[in-house]
Design a protein around this ligand. Structure first.
Ligand code: AMP
Length: 290
């Protein structure tokens, strides 16, 4: 596996790698890799001749007062794990390699897609994400790029950007990887105190209850309001949990829905604060077509 820090070094790798004869799968990350990231890298390698991973804590997607400075970093460990998962190259640039001095261009997916859910409390987040992913796509030039369903809104925003801008890359969205007890893996889980970690299980428990309610088939179980209520009840049982949003939306467009329609995927998405830590989780809700 090659480790490269500059765009020039990545170009050299491309020439050596036999890139022309093979497809390239790409996994953008902010590092501090866990099984969620590794599942994307393994899939990228399984579906392509070559797999590239980027590790870049992107400053422009963090708002003032967010955790950019303290975001966990462990690059040596990340290289080892990426290599074991099958990465052929890890691109780990400095900020000025991505944003050259005088940089002044932004990519923004407009409208509700980026304003609701996480966009409501993180107004500049998705502009930072869309811009950096665009830059990384231009540098890495992959055939396929792999994103986690864990960040469901991000995946929808990236898919929209790729469609709107005709970016020649296939977006592959991969399932959420969870700890054994159900907590969705996240680099931010390490911020949680033992008590917060325990109470954080209410997110996956609440989402499971919503799936259970929908599967029960009882009168009104497909109503978005009821499903959100069930999730909220579970989360609010925990004294340290401060829910930011609990929403049931259309899985493709993120538009509000009244009920889960047979044959159409809905998304139950939650964001909850525990002290200074903000966790997100989600599940797809679906009913078979009649
Ligand atoms: P991050 O390093 O948090 O920017 O995440 C990099 C990629 O890994 C994103 O596409 C995330 O959605 C994905 N990812 C993060 N956590 C998980 C998880 N628990 N399961 C699956 N994918 C994940």
């Amino acid at each position: 596996m090659s480790l490269v820090k500059t765009i020039g070094e990545l170009e050299d790798w491309r020439k050596r790698s036999g890139r022309k004869e093979q497809t390239l799968g790409f996994v953008p990350t902010m590092g501090y890799l866990h099984e969620g990231h590794l599942s994307l890298i393994r899939r990228a390698k399984a579906e392509n001749g070559l797999a590239a991973v980027s590790i870049f804590v992107n400053p422009t997607q963090f708002g003032p007062g967010e955790d950019f400075e303290k975001y966990p970093r462990d690059t040596e460990r990340d290289y080892r794990l990426a290599k074991e998962a099958g990465a052929d190259v890890v691109f780990c640039p400095e900020a000025d390699e991505i944003y050259a001095p005088g940089f002044s261009t932004e990519v923004e997916v407009k409208g509700g897609l980026t304003q609701k859910l996480c966009g409501a409390s993180r107004p500049i987040h998705f502009k930072g994400v869309a811009t950096v992913v665009n830059i990384l796509f231009n540098i890495v030039r992959p055939d396929r790029a792999y994103f986690g369903q864990k960040d469901a809104q991000q995946a929808v925003v990236i898919q929209k950007m790729v469609r709107d801008l005709h970016i020649p890359v296939e977006i592959v969205v991969c399932p959420i990887v969870r700890e054994k007890d159900g907590l969705a893996m996240s680099s931010r889980n390490m911020y949680l105190s033992p008590e917060e970690r325990k109470q954080a299980l209410s997110l996956s428990r609440g989402l499971a209850k919503a799936r259970g309610l929908l599967a029960s088939g009882e009168e009104g179980c497909d109503r978005a309001e009821r499903l959100a209520e069930v999730i909220g009840r579970e989360i609010r049982k925990e004294p340290l949990a401060k829910p930011e949003y609990i929403e049931i939306l259309d899985g493709g467009t993120l538009e509000e829905i009244e009920r889960v329609e047979p044959g159409r995927k809905a998304l139950a998405a939650v964001a909850v604060r525990f002290g200074g830590t903000r966790l997100i989780d989600n599940t797809v809700l679906s009913l078979e077509e009649k």
